[in-house]
Design a protein around this ligand. Sequence first.
Ligand SMILES: [Zn+2]
Ligand SMILES: [Zn+2]
Length: 325
Amino acid sequence: MAGVFLATLYEYSPLFYISVVSLCFVVTAAMVLGWFGFDVPVILRSYDEQEPSLPAAEKQMVQVTNPFALELGSGSASVTDGVLVRPCCLESCVLSCFWGCEVSTLQGVLHAHQHGMMLSTHQHFQEALNLHYYYCQKFHISSEDRAERHAQIPADQGITDFGPLPRQRYPLVAVLTLEEAQERHVNDIVASVIVIHVPDDKYKLSARILFQYLLTSQGSMYELKPLFMSADSGGMSGSADSGHTFTPSDTQSEDQIPVMEEEDWSEGTEGRDCVVCQNAAVNRVLLPCRHACMCDSCVSFFQHCPICRAFVQESFALTQSNDCQ
Ligand SMILES: [Zn+2]
Ligand SMILES: [Zn+2]
């Protein structure tokens, strides 16, 4: 049928016949390519850098107040002489110091908290750790109390070190819990777990906070991490010793990258200039590198952190600006 039609067509006009056959071939080829998933327009599309890039995702935030803070006190620290810790709490709370707490037990307890076992009081922690520690001390801290507390294992326990590396026990786990277990909202922070390294004869690394976790009444756990501020933030970062200082390595970059010595920057009130536009206050923390160096408007133009060149996965605001709902 089609053959007869084509033969008639060829007799009528060879040129028209050739064009019809060619057209059929092109249409068939296009259909076959489409059928097998060759997306011709995609292949032809160019991926040059002129294409507008998607801005990094903005993280949705919930504002919560952390009533707990703890820093290491002045003076030397060791397992035999003890360590000074300075709690600073917004409410009356209890500081529990668990010396030589087993790593696996603590991790198990924190895991259990996230799966329904409530940890909000000193007793909860003591029962959950179930004597998988050497010694426990308990301090009552009132809300205005900023005094240093001396945590120490009594000499009669006979503990002078926690053995060779790698260790099965954390030297000191400080737990801050609220004194009064009253009704709490789901996002309220009910406990803070601070893992502290204390030097001993076997491992002389100076005393420092290794990890800080916050536990909410809902059963979530958050790890507190320092922010890297480009300047003094007026206490917003919450970690005084985390401020990085940056110095330009050569003279060319001096125009783009300001010298971010903390002392120089903290003097003026306009010390939080965005490193990009130099015109607005720094208000964005980039994740995962945690550099706070850009204002709200500049952050949308960057896929890489201007300080460390890390890819920006998301960002969050330090303070709520007017255009945020
Ligand atoms: Zn800016
Ligand atoms: Zn960075």
